[in-house]
Write a protein that binds this ligand. Sequence first.
Ligand code: AMP
Length: 398
Amino acid sequence: MNILVINCGSSSLKFQLINSETEQCIAKGLCERIGIEGSMITYAPEGGEKEKTVTPMPDHTEAIRLVLEALTNPKTGVVKSLDEIGAVGHRMVHGGEKFAGSTILTEEVMATVEECNDLAPLHNPANIIGVNACKKLMPNTPMVGVFDTAFHQTMPEEAYMYGLPYEYYEKYKIRRYGFHGTSHSYVSKKAAEILGKNYEDLKIIVCHLGNGASISAVKNGKCVDTSMGLTPLEGLIMGTRSGDIDPAIIEFIAHKENKSIDEVMSVLNKKSGVLGLSNNLSSDFRDLEAGMNEGNEHAIRTMKTYCYRVAKYIGSYVAAMNGVDVICFTAGVGENAPVVRSMVAEYLGYLGVAIDDEANHKRGEDIAISTPDSKTTVMVIPTNEELAIARETVRLVK
Ligand code: AMP
């Protein structure tokens, strides 16, 4: 069965068509600047030429119409008609406490998803628009929602509650939810599979280090803690997001810089993280690594602080699980920056971690980068959220 995987943002939409039997991506692409002047669609059939077309996309329905047109195009398309698309899997950001797993997106379910909009005002409405646009154009095709928060719903109360008045939890459901769940689930399962061990017998820490970054503790096949919170701002230092800070800093900056809460939040989301810490050198680790190699003090400080934070979280999750068997690195930075992995590993001597330098410099494969006698196994596992969404979609519609 062919599954169309859609990841819909407020002005962009990523898509992949995946054959569920071979688990291969048949075509993929991206719509950008939806609702903004200069919108364009990029489309690439597997093994074929990538084509970019600048074309008006006033709304998401038009963007999805163009995606479906590209997939069925007689020359460059990969299917003859929409009948060859068995189901659509949608990446949904916030399922609140309502969704502990993926679900078929019926009218009733969509109303419940809408109830979670307050928790992710930037992401959830865009996800809903994407689902509705698809439903309009493919009314008879089943739609499945796969939530970024679902995998973390197994966290115990002591891991998800904040030290705030309990009434805020009761009234507003303020608690830790966590994100990147599809990736944490995929990578931790894949680690067990590669090691030939039972998922339910392992203690795994997954470091999803991308532009957004989060870390999770997976014990006996269940997530027991994760670093992102009510929103994706908490936890690790990210590309442009601050991660953990003293909450009183918000008021302090607001007073000193004469900014509103919204303006300070925008600084924490868009101007902080490694971008801010490096004195605006870059949010991209390729630039930071180059800067570090040239002896740039801003790059050196940023890399050290970033890796220290990752190592500190690993330590806290070793405590939460009373040990760890496997530590996995994934996502843009985790998969492609050996220097970050080795700088983090320098803190892990107490876990008996020994890194194989040659393996650490390999790229693009599932691989153990620790030596065979390392007490804890360290792995790099490229994440594949689209495939995980396609698998979930097939599981639900079959
Ligand atoms: P993601 O959000 O998972 O797509 O990750 C994107 C981030 O990965 C970029 O902002 C870069 O910081 C990082 N990245 C991508 N390629 C490399 C690379 N070759 N070396 C170091 N960092 C990389």
